[in-house]
Design a binder for this molecule. Sequence first.
Ligand code: UDP
Length: 235
Amino acid sequence: MKYKRILLKLSGEALMGDLPYGIDNERLKEYAQEIKNVVEMGCEVAIVIGGGNIFRGVAGAAKGMDRVQGDYMGMLATVINGMALQGALEDAGIKTRLQSAIEMDKVAEPFIKRRAERHLEKGRVVIFGAGTGNPYFTTDTAATLRAIEVSADVILKGTRVDGIYDSDPEKNADAVKYNSLTFDEVYDKNLKVMDMTAFTLSHENNLPIIVFDMNKEGNLQRIVQGENIGTLVNL
Ligand code: UDP
């Protein structure tokens, strides 16, 4: 096993599957199974999930809503997704804990770093909800922050595409995929990996990022075992 402790970042949109909005139960079950496979290998798994399938603060602001209000709504959306994923994992027989950056003691523990680490040591999957708890941030930044706080070996960003390309592969058929990049190359080539706040935080703390296709069965397990899948960004 190459990575003993991982932080898996899933976008909210990934949970939609083929739906136009919300949460696709089949997709949820597939993800739970993928995660279960690595937990059973002894890998410690922390997860940050987005909220874009339900609400995005910027989208609200574009329609005239107060940005901060919209961002809090977005954070709450991530808790809904976190609860859905928690349910699916527990159904698959995996022990989990949900920790929220906004206190909500009926549904989630508060985020406490030491407690999160203890859960991970015991083999529980820890889902971090409500992003960083602050407006004007993204769940990519939350994922990076939590990964650093719990000393994850790597952040695994599960997406619909299988890595980082020199141009958008969904728009350009000639797009070329990178197998690995340094942080500096990402800045130089102006590639979009995560938003800059998240990316800089990863860089400054020397936290490697792997962008990969989470919808391909077995990919998560192969990465944890050390196969070169997706695109690795490191120093
Ligand atoms: N959000 C926030 N602070 C955070 C994390 C998220 O304000 O620390 C809000 C923000 O409005 C964002 C929304 O929650 O648009 C959902 O998160 P994101 O867009 O990152 O989700 P994803 O694109 O991964 O589904």
